[in-house]
Design a protein around this ligand. Structure first.
Ligand SMILES: Cc1ncc(COP(=O)(O)O)c(C=O)c1O
Length: 396
């Protein structure tokens, strides 16, 4: 018998990944995440980040981070419930609530953590979670941590959601409907007005994970709830501080009651150290910038429309995206990864996304256009797409 510490069971699985052609090394950045990056030692146009507004390397955020470090130090030093709750944490929550036009906002160390902590805290045995089938992994994991029953509805299928609600309403105490605000692989927006109407009809609560809507949709990036003017009608509005906001962290915006409960029961906040001062300082600067002007979100949308229309005119299938997320659907998994590799060789980094992240046969490269890209960079990227597309017979 082999020694268990040799981890042969894992070695076999790793060999399986290699046999399936999906074993990979992580790409290494040799500098900041910006519209161009040094990737594995080579300068390339970056169409893979979630840095929608170009804030990750923005001078104002960097200055604010340094100032926060000078005043508050490098780390928060404890969980919030002991001695890690600094005045800037509470200031940030106040600012986020004002920005989101909600009563309160409660911060977490990441968007992932926010879903992992919030869902289990607000549901219990006897409740039902109804989740869109394409919801993010952190919602799936967060739901698994809950003692409530779980079921899914077909992606954005309102009739199916109603059927599930009708069949289950009388069997459960509370029902929580969870949807992404913007679906990250296709860039489509949740049908939130219809979902909210059904929730009101069947007395269910609503939970929107707006990781890709925050900083993107709504007035100056206030999110999907603002985009549809549904303030006060969505119970839990989740956002990340790591994508458009450019730093790290997550939050849930909603009522004062929600805030008070999470303050006592959100496990990532009870059992994990709070956000470091540098992050908090930089995030607050980002939110202030969005409250001052729509300049950043305007540029993001302008760039996204420009790029999407150029790819479409060339004949690429860019799916049904309604947001800056621009998938270029290739289909076959191996061909998708080959396309991504060739784009990189030619100077554009666009990650290939294949099964199991998306359904089999719908492999795509996912282009993330940002406010930081120049028109010259976007033109160059389109040129490279055309060249590689023709070489690989993706374009006629
Ligand atoms: C829909 C959604 N929710 C949550 C997360 C997690 O956010 P974070 O990266 O801030 O942990 C992501 C990030 O991939 C996401 O796309």
């Amino acid at each position: 018998m082999s020694n268990v510490h040799e981890l042969n069971f894992l070695k076999e699985k790793i060999q399986g990944l290699k046999d399936d052609g999906v074993y990979r090394k992580l790409p290494v950045l040799g500098g900041a995440n910006d519209s161009e990056v040094i990737l594995d030692g080579k300068k390339v146009i970056n169409l893979s980040s979630n840095n929608y507004l170009g804030f990750a390397n923005h001078p104002r955020l960097k200055k604010a981070a340094i100032e926060a470090v000078e005043k508050y130090g490098a780390g928060a030093g404890a969980v919030r419930t002991i001695v890690g709750n600094m005045d800037i944490h509470e200031e940030l929550e106040g600012l986020l609530a004002e920005f989101k036009r909600e009563e309160a906002a409660f911060i977490y160390q990441s968007g992932f953590n926010c879903n992992a902590g919030t869902i289990q805290a607000i549901t219990e045995k006897g409740d039902l979670i109804i989740s869109d089938e394409l919801n993010h992994a952190s919602i799936i994991d967060g739901s698994r941590l809950s003692k409530a029953d779980k079921t899914i509805y077909k992606h954005s299928d309102i009739d199916h959601l109603e059927k599930v609600l009708k069949e289950n309403r009388d069997k459960y105490n509370n029902i929580l409907i969870i949807t992404d605000g913007v679906f990250s692989m296709d860039g489509d927006i949740a049908k939130l007005p219809e979902i909210v109407e059904l929730a009101e009809k069947y007395e269910a609560m609503t939970y929107v994970d707006d990781a890709h809507g925050s900083g993107v949709l709504g007035e100056s990036g206030r999110g999907t709830v603002d985009h549809f003017n549904l303030h006060g009608r969505v119970d839990f509005s989740i956002g990340t501080l790591s994508k458009a906001i450019g730093v790290v962290g997550g939050y849930v915006a909603g009522s004062e009651t929600m805030y008070q409960w999470l303050n006592h029961r959100a496990r990532p906040v009870l059992f994990s150290t709070s956000l470091p001062p540098a992050a908090v300082g930089a995030i607050m600067e980002a939110i202030r910038m969005l409250m001052e002007s729509t300049e950043y979100t305007d540029r993001l949308w302008d760039n996204a429309k420009y790029f999407k229309s150029k790819l479409g005119k060339l004949g690429f299938d860019t799916g049904h995206s309604e947001t800056p997320i621009t998938p270029v659907i290739i289909g076959d998994e191996a061909k998708t990864m080959e396309f991504s590799r060739k784009l990189l060789e030619n100077g554009v980094f666009v990650s290939g996304i294949v099964f199991p992240t998306v359904p089999r046969g719908t492999g795509r490269v996912r282009c993330m256009v940002t406010a930081a890209h120049t028109k010259e960079q976007l033109d160059k990227a389109v040129e490279i797409f055309e060249k590689v597309g023709k070489e690989m017979n993706i374009l006629g």
